[in-house]
Design a protein around this ligand. Structure first.
Ligand SMILES: Cc1ncc(COP(=O)(O)O)c(C=O)c1O
Length: 368
């Protein structure tokens, strides 16, 4: 599996290199609350983890997720990351011969999973300010066929940072509903949408949503997420559950503490994230060959178009890596548009952002 590699280097080597600053995988390196560590340490020291967890997650955690997303009439299933939630939901919905609509660029494992399940992938280009860098409902409608089974919406969108308003989510739900299709709302970055995030299951029983603790809660390596759907669809998703013996005990105890303390730390994380995004924008605005995409980003990253440099995104990423910073090229999110842009994670200490802003012009100069 090479999709986490950066600049031709193995992700494991990069992740273990303490000299590097990680601004590549949209992880959250900011301080949260000591109660999170304490809960996990307690779960280890008490040996509680020697038991299995409940198959669909601790009730307490599921209730905290439900209270956070606020969609009445739905059920929550805790998963080991959003990735698992997405695969299980897609496995419940898709079969050979179906079609799945995705955005291009988009998070690549959604189309990968669709193909694995025998579904044909229909990509709609969103790499344009005219489209608002996202799926326009009217254009989605034009791509629907009698074989369309699933419309997938990444909101906020990794890798561009765009997000959907309530009317757009309602319109996309309606398209799925009218065509006997389903909607997958991947809301992995939902906490970073300043104008709010509008869970699709709030508007349609034919929608499933997933959340993740990897981004806002800094749980990337702990692997906690959840699926949220109405009971009929959730019953089908449960048939496809992989972790029949439950997820990770320690991580779920940490997740409970993360939700319980979220009001204390989330505003600070969002504020630091926004300040870091502004600092990077100011630096990019000074460089003629670079352009910010989709401002302000509703995510914990900034996407930057690099076509003006005359180099592709991989070359830019490599040059920045040589300065000690891991950022990501768009290549893994789009064959067509990937060479045009890079993505820089902003949930890192502001000192790292300051150093990145010093290093970026140096890296570009070496490329010319
Ligand atoms: C859009 C999107 N969906 C899902 C995921 C997977 O998240 P998790 O770490 O919870 O599996 C990611 C991870 O980067 C993502 O960017």
């Amino acid at each position: 599996m090479s999709f986490l590699n950066v600049g031709g280097e193995s992700w494991e080597d990069l992740a273990l290199d303490e000299g590097l600053v990680h601004m590549g995988h949209n992880c959250n390196h900011l301080e949260l609350d000591p109660a999170i560590h304490e809960a996990m340490i307690q779960a280890i020291e008490s040996d509680a983890y020697r038991n299995y967890t409940p198959p669909y997650g601790f009730d307490e955690l599921a209730a905290l997720v439900a209270a956070d997303v606020e969609v009445s009439g739905t059920e929550v299933m805790v998963t080991q990351g959003a990735t698992e939630a997405i695969y299980q939901a897609m496995a419940a919905i898709l079969g050979p011969g179906d079609q799945t609509i995705v955005s291009d660029p988009g998070w690549p494992h959604i189309p990968n999973f669709a193909r694995t399940l025998g579904s044909e992938v229909i990509s709609i280009s969103v790499y344009s300010p005219n489209a608002g860098w996202k799926l326009v409902p009217e254009i989605v409608r034009d791509h629907v066929t009698p074989r369309t089974k699933l419309i997938t919406v990444i909101d906020p969108l990794n890798p561009l940072g765009s997000c959907y308003d309530e009317e757009e989510i309602k319109a996309l739900c309606e398209i799925a509903q009218l065509n006997d299709a389903w909607l997958l709302h991947d809301a992995t970055y939902r906490d970073f949408a300043a104008g709010g995030n509008f869970p699709a299951p709030r508007y349609s029983e034919r929608a499933v949503m997933n959340i993740s603790l990897s981004k806002i809660c800094g749980f990337a390596g702990l692997r906690v997420g959840a699926s949220i759907a109405h009971p009929a669809l959730m019953a089908r998703i449960r048939e496809h559950q992989v972790d029949r013996l439950g997820g990770n005990w320690v991580a779920q105890q940490g997740a409970i503490a993360a939700y319980q303390t979220k009001p204390n730390w989330k505003p600070r994380v969002l504020e630091m994230n926004r300040r870091n995004q502004e600092a990077i924008k100011a630096c990019v605005d000074e460089i003629d060959s670079l352009d910010i995409i989709s401002w302000p980003p509703a995510a914990n990253f900034v996407a930057i178009d690099v076509t003006g440099t005359g180099h592709d995104s991989e070359a830019v990423v490599r040059a920045v890596l040589d300065e000690g910073f891991v950022i990501r090229s768009g290549n893994y999110t789009s064959e067509i548009y990937g060479p045009n842009f890079v993505r820089v994670t902003t949930t890192v200490p502001d000192e790292d952002v300051r150093r990145f802003c010093d290093a970026l012009p140096r890296a570009l100069k070496r490329l010319t």
